[in-house]
Design a protein around this ligand. Structure first.
Ligand SMILES: Cc1cc2nc3c(=O)[nH]c(=O)nc-3n(C[C@H](O)[C@H](O)[C@H](O)COP(=O)(O)OP(=O)(O)OC[C@H]3O[C@@H](n4cnc5c(N)ncnc54)[C@H](O)[C@@H]3O)c2cc1C
Ligand code: SF4
Ligand code: SF4
Length: 771
């Protein structure tokens, strides 16, 4: 039983955490501050993919710190203002910025100055990408050999008199109540007001974890390739570092390259071509689908998967290089009390119990609002007030445990909020338990029903968070595409999903803007809710053809679904989801801060079959409803209708996806369940196959494999794979919604819409994809 519970929990956690994949990072908030107040994390450790961007973070973090009120007065006694840990690109630039601000500071470095770069292979050329971004701060950066770069940095450190304590690693850390730090190293103790952690992750190479990996001739980095001559060498790995090492070593040695994958999918185009040439010239032997099982002296045992059965081979190897990337130093970070992003810590059963208690308490609260007493008991107001007290306690317990790092508790809070909002919105008298019979009424204020206030809430969330997203992606990055996009989402919400259905429709009737006949036709006038169908096409707006619509709505519905949308898709793919739709709009705005948590990986893409099921269900039920009187399947049609309403319209579009925004990003509905998204995807795929689609994203050859594009894609597409191989990304193979965030976020300007892929809007013409 216990095993079953643990397995179930592990599976659920795996699904919930699938957004992070291999890309684990510390959880950071504004100014790169970690959960440990006063401790900031920058550089490689915080996801800066290249030296220039790591340097920029060094400057930015000190600027941020300098604006804090407590930093306006100087530190007293032996207290340092800032202690920087790690003398790499990020740490040195932070120390230089601290020096400029006049802060008392020390840099702790466990090795030498610029240790990571010092450890690059001899003579390696260090690129100063992105080309068109000038380096920030006092540290020098230009294309140079690693030796020249390190020498330059040494000079800068000396010229500025930076206090860098080399060979002195940070070993432990204690935070005092007054939010200052006691820092311990093997050489002594320090006290500091702020701490900047810039320790990178290169010092923590990923290991295979097999016997013999600690042998003398097994290495996890290549320092001097010229040292090896006429030897048998095994290189393990399928990324650029492994392939570059294999290519360099193959000039004077016999190389076997072992990779666990079935193909090299993450290589720079140039590396791919060189590798193909080396394989053709028999300079490198590649073993795909292979796993090292043991290192021995003079050989390595490798197991090869040959389509189901395993072969074992003994590969002669004088040396072995395991170059399978670096890992986040989790143990080290944990020892400092730092939390990681998307970590499923906590107790699911406790969260479940408290959430259930909260809902049961609300059942009793209903008595105060004239709702039916639980289980038909005779209860007075005292029971209602007790319920309210218990509800407050249960909610407080969830929030307190959540603040103590119980992620399950936050899931409970999120579920409670959205279940209540949607469970009440289903309508007076049909509300979900425990709100049945009192929820809708009690949430209707100022002569307006809860459905109206729900729309107000929705529009407010979209406006507030939409403006924030507009600033984040548009204004701050001077990206016109994103400015237009968020302006469009907010405007569609205001006009078509708020003002028209709630106010303008009635005004149009009153002042007869729609003509006298229509304004006086009850079949039209009494169905203001149909105005949602102006923009929402069937099958998203499922009811467009049902419940006795006026002919004008039927004509418009057919035109929208089967003419306008298909033509829009031809030019813009599924951009309806990221420019127009209110469901996608809430995800893009309110859900924006969690976009990097979208489920990723092959399994998550396979789950996309679900929206086909919803599309088929929508089509079948629509046909049944339209023909219910004709074919006599009334009961089946009504049952289907009832089921679709509850399952799709409430749970799949409302409660579940919004509940998981903070845990799986905002696009769960759009990606997995929306039938309109599926239909647009099918049109778009067809256009690609016919060669007439005008929507696609292309890549140039400058990708540095930083993963930022994949990390920020709300629909979990591994954009980097397309970029590295310079393959076209379209809807033939992905469910891309054309939000352009991957284009915006790329530090190397690798991605773009080709000219014929610019956004085509009737009034604006083509909106260029690049700033
Ligand atoms: C093979 C390879 C090639 C690359 N080529 C390029 C390139 O050409 N151009 C480019 O822009 N980027 C390149 N990069 C990426 C680049 O190295 C990183 O982006 C950059 O080094 C990150 O800087 P950082 O300061 O965050 O971390 P790092 O440079 O890794 O610095 C971290 C420092 O912290 C120290 N440290 C670690 N733990 C402790 C501790 N407990 N106490 C004290 N100090 C500690 C380390 O010794 C190190 O000096 C390459 C990376 C690799 C692996
Ligand atoms: S691939 Fe890019 S444009 Fe497409 S959905 Fe993902 S981030 Fe948006
Ligand atoms: S395409 Fe993606 S992985 Fe490549 S540099 Fe740009 S953001 Fe990084």
């Amino acid at each position: 039983m216990k095993t079953l519970a643990r397995n179930t929990r592990d599976r659920i956690e795996a699904v919930l955490a699938s957004g992070s994949g291999d890309d684990r990072r510390p959880a950071l908030r504004r100014g790169n501050e970690s959960n440990v107040r006063g401790l900031y994390i920058i550089g490689d450790l915080a996801g800066a993919p290249v030296i220039k961007l790591a340097m920029a973070q060094g400057v930015e973090v000190v600027d941020f710190i300098s604006k804090l009120p407590e930093m306006k007065t100087p530190a007293e006694g032996d207290m340092l203002d800032v202690i920087v840990v790690g003398a790499g690109a990020a740490g040195l630039n932070a120390a230089l910025a601290a020096h400029e601000h006049g802060y008392r500071h020390v840099v702790l470095e466990k090795g030498k100055i610029a240790n990571t770069i010092e450890n690059f292979p001899e003579g390696k050329w260090v690129y100063a990408e992105p080309d068109d971004t000038p380096p920030k701060g006092k540290l020098w950066l230009d294309g140079a050999t690693k030796e020249d770069l390190v020498a330059r940095w040494q000079h800068i450190v000396n010229d500025h008199g930076l206090d860098v304590r080399t060979e002195e690693p940070l070993t432990s850390l204690k935070r005092r109540r007054d939010v200052t730090f006691d820092i311990t190293t093997p050489n002594g103790q320090y006290r500091a007001r702020k701490m900047v952690l810039a320790t990178g992750q290169r010092g923590n190479p990923r290991l295979l974890g097999v016997p013999g990996e600690d042998l003398e001739r097994v290495y996890h980095r290549l320092y001097s390739p010229t040292k090896y001559h006429d030897e048998d060498i095994l290189v393990v790995g399928g990324g650029n570092s492994a392939v570059e090492a294999a290519l360099t070593l193959s000039q004077r040695n016999r190389i076997v390259l072992s990779y666990r994958g079935g193909e090299f999918s993450r290589l720079f185009k140039d590396n791919r071509q060189q590798l193909d040439r080396a394989i053709a010239g028999k300079r490198i032997e590649v073993m795909l689908n292979s796993t090292v099982t043991e290192f021995r002296s003079g050989s390595v045992t490798v197991s090869i998967d040959r389509g189901g059965h395993q072969d074992t081979r003994e590969v002669p190897a004088d040396h072995a290089f395991v170059l399978i990337g670096a890992e986040l130093p989790v143990k080290f970070l944990k020892s400092l009390g730092i939390r990681l992003e998307n970590e499923w810590t906590g107790t699911p059963l406790r969260a479940l119990g408290l959430t259930a208690l909260l809902l049961i308490s609300m059942w009793f609260v209903g008595v105060l609002f004239g709702g039916p007493a639980p289980l038909g008991l005779e209860l007075g107001r005292a029971a209602g007030w007790s319920g309210a007290g218990l509800a407050v306690l249960a909610l407080a317990a969830l929030i307190v445990t959540g603040c103590r790092n119980d992620r399950w508790a936050w899931l409970g809070v999120s579920f409670f909020v959205w279940y209540s909002i949607y469970g009440i919105k289903v309508g007076g008298g049909t509300e979900f338990w425990p709100y049945r019979g009192w929820g809708y009424e009690s949430m209707s204020f100022f002569d307006r029903p809860w459905a109206f206030w729900y729309t107000v809430l929705y529009t407010t969330l979209m406006t507030v968070f939409g403006l924030r997203a507009l600033k984040r992606w548009g204004l701050d990055r001077k990206d016109r595409f994103q400015m237009w996009r968020f302006a469009s989402l907010i405007s569609f919400q205001w006009l078509f999903f708020f003002l028209i259905p709630e106010f303008l429709f009635q005004l149009a009737l009153k002042y007869q803007w729609v003509g006298e006949a229509l304004a006086n036709d009850p079949q039209f006038a009494d169905q203001a809710w149909r105005s949602y169908g102006l923009i929402y096409a069937w099958p998203l707006f499922f009811y467009t053809f049902l419940y006795d619509p006026h002919l004008i709505w039927v004509v418009w519905g057919v035109l929208l679904t089967f003419v306008i949308i298909p033509v829009f898709v031809l030019f813009n793919g599924k951009r309806y989801c990221s420019w127009i739709c209110g469901c996608g709009g809430l995800a893009e705005t309110f859900g924006d801060r969690w976009r990097h948590l979208a489920p990723k990986g092959r399994a998550s893409t396979r789950w996309e079959w679900m929206n086909m099921v919803v599309l088929i269900a929508a089509a079948v039920i629509t046909l049944l409803m339209l023909g219910r009187d004709v074919v006599g399947l009334m009961r089946t049609a009504d049952l289907g209708m009832w089921g679709y309403r509850i399952v799709a319209d409430v749970w799949l579009v409302g409660i579940l996806p919004v509940t998981v925004y903070p845990f799986m990003g905002g696009k769960v509905w759009c990606r997995y369940w929306c039938p309109l998204a599926k239909m647009m995807g099918m049109f778009s795929k067809l256009y690609v196959k016919l060669g007439i689609s005008r929507f696609h994203i292309v890549a140039n050859d400058k990708c540095i494999a930083c993963n930022e594009c994949s990390r920020n894609c709300q629909v979990g597409i591994d954009v980097m794979q397309f970029a590295l191989k310079q393959e076209t990304l379209d809807n033939a193979t992905t469910s891309c919604i054309g939000c352009g965030i991957c284009v915006t976020v790329c530090p190397m300007d690798v991605l773009s819409y080709s000219t014929d892929g610019d956004l085509h809007l009737p009034l604006l013409g083509a909106v260029p994809s690049t700033p």
